[in-house]
Design a protein around this ligand. Structure first.
Ligand code: PEP
Length: 245
């Protein structure tokens, strides 16, 4: 399967800064390189480096209609998005998105031909209480309930421990190895074609730690926040994923 490194720009950027970043980006061979940008910039990203894949950071669970402020999956598809992040921990924590809503958003994305990048992950309290895998199982279970086994194999998963996001403190190689193997095993137990599912790691990935994380057997790529806003860092991380560091 093609390995994926997706940048999550979050609510950052402006037309001029985006242009500068795009001008510096060179797409690495051997890895799928994507950027998930704020909705208004999808138009600007119609012109982008060859091979750079486009994504968004959220999507409505609804198809169309009287849902002020929402953006549908069909609209994202029309702008050439291949991916859309759903269930990012910032949306779960700050915008009260629950597990089933995340499942319904993943369903809406798939129905429009997009691939959802479904984020899961535990808080520090949940990890300290030994509940990391139970929490992730609950989050995944809701998505499976909505999608069913066959469609579940078509999503990309991103393990993003909440405490590692934007904190500068990545999970350790051992922690990532453990959870990724746990997620793959969980999928298998549920009868999902687990080997077809790409499982990304996200949380303070930097050029310095990327190679170690990406070398792990069950890590199929990365979801990159802060470092994706610096062209040299994002390219170095993509190179690490492509095995070129
Ligand atoms: C993210 O927000 O998905 C993320 C992984 O952020 P960062 O890389 O900045 O920790």
């Amino acid at each position: 399967m093609t390995r994926l490194v997706a940048g999550n720009w979050k609510m950052n950027g402006c037309l001029a800064a985006n242009r500068r970043l795009l001008d510096e980006l060179v797409v690495e061979a051997g890895v799928e390189m994507a950027v998930c940008v704020p909705f208004p910039y999808l138009a600007q990203l119609q012109e982008r480096p060859a091979g750079l894949v486009l994504g968004a950071q959220d999507v409505s669970e609804f198809e169309a209609g009287a849902y002020t402020g929402e953006v549908s999956a069909a609209m994202l598809a029309e702008f050439g998005c291949r991916y859309v992040i759903v269930g990012h921990s910032e949306r779960r924590a700050l915008f009260a998105e629950d597990d089933l809503l995340v499942g319904r958003k993943a369903h809406a994305a798939l129905a429009a031909g997009l691939t959802p990048i479904v984020c899961v992950g535990e808080t520090l309290v949940e990890r300290d209480e030994g509940r990391a895998m139970a929490v992730i199982g609950r989050q995944l279970g809701a998505v499976l309930e909505v999608l069913g086994r066959v469609a579940m194999a078509r999503v990309v998963l991103a393990y993003e421990p909440v405490w590692a996001i934007g904190s500068g403190r990545s999970a350790t190689v051992a922690q990532v190895e453990d959870v990724h193997a746990g997620i793959r095993g969980w999928l298998r137990e549920q009868g999902v074609a687990a080997d077809a599912v790409r499982i990304l790691y996200g949380g303070s990935v930097k050029p310095e730690n990327a190679a170690g994380l990406f070398a792990l057997a069950d890590v199929d790529g990365g979801l990159i926040g802060g470092a994706s806003l610096v062209a040299a860092d994002f390219m170095a991380i993509c190179r690490a994923e492509a095995g070129g560091v």
